[in-house]
Design a protein around this ligand. Sequence first.
Ligand SMILES: [Fe+2]
Ligand SMILES: [Fe+2]
Length: 133
Amino acid sequence: MQVQWTEDAALDIEEIDDQHRKIFTMINAIYTAISKGSDKSDTLDALKDMADYAIEHFSKEERYMRQAGYPHMDEHKSEHDDFFSRLEDFEKRYKTGDVSIEEISDYLGGWIENHMMGTDRGYVPFFKDMGVK
Ligand SMILES: [Fe+2]
Ligand SMILES: [Fe+2]
C-alpha cells in the first residue's frame, strides 16, 4: 500500500513539490515500518520523523500564506494543526497497540488526496504572484 508520486500531485511550485515528494517518501517509510512490525520503535521513529518534517513544511506554507495575505489561511492552518495532533495520537495509540494499519493508512491517504492535492492547491496562484517558484 505504498503511495506513488505522480504529476497529478504537482502544484507546479518546485519548492513545495520537493517537500511534498519528501512527505510521500516519509509516508511510505511509515507503511514499511508498520508492515514489518518487527520493532515498534521503527514505526514510532517514522511517525516522529513525519511529525518533525510536517512542522518544517507547514511553517513554510504558513509563512508564505501570511506574506501573501491568503484569505483562507485560518482554515488551512487548522488542517495542519489537525494533522499534527493526529500523528501524535497515532504515536500514543501505536505504543499500546490500539491503532490499526488501516486507520493510519486511511488517514494518511486521505491527507494526500484532500489536503496536499486539494487544500494546498488554493494558495498556488497567491504564491506564484509573490514569485515563489
Ligand atoms: Fe503542503
Ligand atoms: Fe498545507
